[in-house]
Design a protein around this ligand. Sequence first.
Ligand code: GLC
Length: 606
Amino acid sequence: MHLNFYHSKLITIIIIALLSMAALIFIFLNPPANEKNNNCHQINLPYQNPTLSIDQRVTDLMNRMTVAEKIGQMVLIEKNSLHDINDITQYNLGALLSGGGAGPTQDTPLAWLKMISEFQSAAKNTCLGIPLLYGIDAIHGHGNVLGATIFPHSIGLGATRDADLVKRVAKATAEEMAATGIYWNFAPNLDVAKDIRWGKTYETFGSDTANVAKLGLAYLEGMQNSSDGYFKVLANPKHFIGGGNMEYGTSRNPQFKVEEGNITINEKTLRQVHLVPFQKAIASGARVIMVGTASWQGKINSDNYHILTEILKNELGFSGFIVSDWYGVYQIETSKYNSLVRAINAGIDMVMTPFEYQEFIANLQEALANGDIAEERLNGAVKRILTVKFETGLFDRPEATPEGLSIIGNATHRELAREAVRKSQVLLKNKNSVLPLSKSANTIIIAGSSADNLGRQAGGWTTEWQGIDGNYGISGTTIFEAIKDTVSNDTDVEYNQQGDFSDGSKLADVGIVVVGEKPYAEGWGDIANPSLSPEDLSAIEKVKAKSKKIVIILVSGRPLNIKEYSKNWDAIIAAWLPGSEGQGVADVLFGDFSFTGTLPIVWERY
Ligand code: GLC
């Protein structure tokens, strides 16, 4: 009897023990979303000590992190997707971005600084106080911020082929960004633009791999280098890999033609044309690389283990972190859960969702719990991200202050932008050497959609994602204003956008028609035949009839098909998207500086 009694008691104890162990294992593998870290808000910990090595600091920090805190480091959220700023604290969010134009309600540098500071405070209220990485597309200056210097877009910088200039432009951009507390720039674009029908062409340095590699490297160095041992601003080469070579008409997005399209070239060509700029960038300190939304041979880049892990991480030894591009991960397949698992296992370390962070967190927790994503993969990604955060000085640098805001749009930066504008101008045609123009001509008539329009000069990613068509929201000098400011006081300068001038008896000495493209960004700029609008062509004809000679200035993000119209144009200048400092165009138009720009991209017919 006794034996039976003890026998059954023992069995009961064993069963309870086994159930308890099972419960513990389940809890460990299924931590509650807000599992509490018991050691919060401590100070003087090793990871907070800047005298220790970054490896030591990362190791110490990771040893203190819960799974929930680690997951929060792997998600990148667009700031307008936050339901509540306190979600940053509650969900341990590690990274935010401003999508194009997504700024504070009042678009002033001070309001930007305050907005970023509030986000950072919410991050520092988390248990371990890990600072946010805040990213933005400052791809031609801190273009979202009213008053910032707007530099020429990269296609124009590509025409300069001047690495030192590009480095200085990047440095000035970093200075204006850092003044607002933003230390992550989604630039340089290292795509090699092979099809001018692609809307992102102007974001690239052109179609010449060697020039793209040279200028991309210069940009990265200018953006990141600083004297205090941390990156001034983190550069972010993009869009790995093959951007610029998508086949026209293959976009996954029915609204686009090229963006999010399919690249069909073989791996040998992919490496020769598109890998070289990234190789050089990695060798020179690139620490974040953004994967594009394109597909290569039918496989979405965010789902491609071969290019992300085997080539980028293993073959090239890239030890920074890979971030996906806007919602690109969730285009892998219908199931968001499966898409996320595939992307992270392919090599994506941080996911620009950019919207649903709770869903991301729940999916990642489930994937870890059931083994679809290994904890080793989680730790590998978080280690890369935290390492870059420490390298960027986020844990150590003092907060930006309002006193530093005066650098934004200052005279030195605008003079640099003017230098970049004049060095980017390409003289396509100069019949009978009509250029340079005389500053003491009797009469100059000016027309065209882009003559007195800062928004068209600046192009996309300026104040708004798609840019603006007009003179609001940007501070700078239009090409028309620059011409007026350059010629003598005795020169009669008349302007009419449509080219409607009084039927005077005398012909103007010269007619200048500044024409080109409306602002656009990304897929919205995909177009079958980049050319001139009927309005601009009409303005050209009217001015031609009233001038002794005619000069056409093209303000565009890419070559335009003008061959059928240009026969009777005396001079043609490719101005690209010069940005806020239109004076740089007048500098070469009137001969204060020579034309030095050369085509960065094949211009079939002009
Ligand atoms: C966009 C672009 C990418 C940009 C990112 C964040 O869709 O593809 O170049 O950096 O989203 O705005």
